[in-house]
Design a protein around this ligand. Sequence first.
Ligand code: SAM
Length: 290
Amino acid sequence: MISREKRHNEVWFTEESTKHLRLSLRVTGELVRKETPYQSLLALETAEYGRMLVLDGAIQVTEKDEFCYHEMMAHVPLCSHPNPKKVLIVGGGDGGSLREAVKHESVEKAVLVDIDEEVIKTSREFFPTLSCAMDDPKAEIRPMDAMVYMKDHRGEFDVIIVDATDPVDMAAGLFQSPFYRDVWDALSDDGFMVTHIESPFTDAAIMVPAYRAMKEVFPSVHPYLGFMPTYPSGMWVYAIGSKRHDPSKPLREAPKGLKYYTSDVHRASFALPPFLVDMLENGEGVESHY
Ligand code: SAM
């Protein structure tokens, strides 16, 4: 929602994180506003966080803090895998996870499958620091539904990064066990799948079922934590489904020049506070959020 504050003649964008919680950023310019076949897309200049991409009213990326999220999505699984060569990114049409994946020398191919070509085009035009790897020789861009793509690619990928919008409409299935079964089939024998499962403070009713759905399919599922200022509550949970290896211990050096991820951050991110463990394992506190 965009509003004009009369007193200072300022324009503000407000995300409704829950019915009772909002996050507002002051807007200094509008870059794009359109309805795509899949969602409403908005790209804004903000005073505090640089350029920002919003889909269906939900903040997807800002230039200032996107590295916190993309480095933790990509490097935790990639540094825990002994030799990741083929990576699949589900969603992630802004290009941030792709940019991080191709930094790994071992990675020979990184496929980005986003259902909405308009997101990819908008990122290429207005978010060059995110989309900069889209023309990398290792990158392949496939604008299509990842649920369809996944069924035709068996045993192919070492790491699958599910960088999707919230679980509604075309993204709803990306947080459910039938999709995780297809992910399992698309992974090589020692593969990892990673996804974000949102915030314990605002999205427990999404987080807990998504975690349980992963556990129906993967023999071990490892949640981990990161800080992400412009996502609801700032406390962001990710989960890795593993076929064989333990993702909590990095095996390989991270690429140079990162701003959030280090091996120490990697190890520390798997230490979870008790309230979160209770919520994930016992559903403790889920109802009280809604
Ligand atoms: N990190 C972001 C967040 O959680 O706010 C997600 C960023 S990325 C822009 C999310 C992308 O997922 C969108 O571009 C959307 O088009 C894509 N997406 C949603 N459902 C999809 C599906 N079924 N197949 C492929 N891409 C999908």
